[in-house]
Design a protein around this ligand. Structure first.
Ligand SMILES: C[S@@+](CC[C@H](N)C(=O)[O-])C[C@H]1O[C@@H](n2cnc3c(N)ncnc32)[C@H](O)[C@@H]1O
Length: 268
């Protein structure tokens, strides 16, 4: 049975407090890493997913995005939105971090790709109902926001029949990373209820609901789940240059990332 403690126990003030913690974290990550690597991601033409750069052709979740109104919730430096804009999509990038959006703006100018960027919390989005065909999140709201709240916003923003595509860490990897630094081990370091909302000692607040709970939130908000792909590291995977969540050897045996697709009920 679905555990609804999170939905009953927390309110908008709690979510705003989480957003402030994560905005502070992403100012630092932007300085340390993303500002430096954003141009490479923008320059690349291929759409790839997650820390092991799994090609879109392999997972086949996006389809033809040409002419679609798209919002990316937690867009960061907005390279994913740029990839979709190059394919004829009409993205809006939304993020709570001023620093990340400043990098995105600079990349827009360098690469001559313009689309709206909105500074806001993905659990309280200042955009109109029924105004998008695709809601996307690649390690954005899907990881950093309370699922009941951001999924409700995704449903509100989508037109009937619209699609939600998101990537986040697997529940399993979030159970296996040590409390102090370092990649996942083969020890379960904490209980599953502890990662539904976890404030890591070195940084941000993340949300890792179990699959059953997540399906409950999707269904409650009118979504039909289309697919869940539990991504394994490819045979030739390299260690990620910044995110040390799992070594490639771990990721070849167990999924580090979950890639979900769902459709809002209504005409397609
Ligand atoms: C790993 S990045 C993902 C974005 C993009 N795919 C990338 O890698 O640059 C996570 C982003 O989520 C954003 N974020 C965290 N909490 C948020 C919230 N409450 N609302 C909107 N964005 C949020 C952070 O500011 C950060 O830019």
């Amino acid at each position: 049975m679905r555990d609804t403690r999170e939905a009953h126990g927390r309110d908008g003030a709690d979510r705003a407090a989480d957003a402030r913690i994560n905005r502070d974290l992403w100012r630092v990550v932007n300085e340390q890493y993303t500002d430096g690597q954003a141009a490479d991601r923008w320059r690349s033409d291929a759409i790839v997913w997650g820390i092991y750069d799994i090609p879109e052709q392999q997972v086949d979740v996006l389809g033809d995005v040409s002419g679609l109104d798209i919002v990316e919730l937690g867009c960061g430096t907005a390279y994913f939105s740029a990839w979709l804009a190059r394919r004829g999509g009409r993205p809006v990038g939304l993020d709570v971090s001023e620093a990340q959006l400043a990098t995105a703006r600079r990349c827009q100018q360098s690469f001559g790709i313009a689309f709206p960027l909105v500074e806001a919390d993905a659990t309280a989005v200042p955009l109109a109902d029924d105004s998008f065909d695709l809601v996307l999140s690649e390690y954005g709201a899907s990881l950093w926001c309370e699922p009941s709240a951001w999924i409700a916003e995704a449903a509100r923003l989508l037109r009937p029949g619209g699609r939600l595509v998101f990537l986040t860490n697997s529940v399993l990897v979030s159970l296996c990373v040590p409390d102090d630094e370092g990649p996942a081990t083969t020890v379960l370091a904490r209980g599953q209820h502890e990662v539904r909302r976890i404030h890591w000692s070195d940084g941000g607040v993340e949300f890792h609901p179990g699959h059953g709970e997540l399906i409950g939130h999707l269904r409650d908000n009118g979504f039909i789940v289309e697919s869940l792909q539990e991504l394994l590291a490819p045979p030739d995977a390299q260690r990620h240059g910044y995110y040390e969540i799992a070594e490639p050897g771990w990721g070849r045996r167990w999924p580090v990332e979950d890639l979900w697709t769902a459709r809002l009920a209504g005409p397609t």
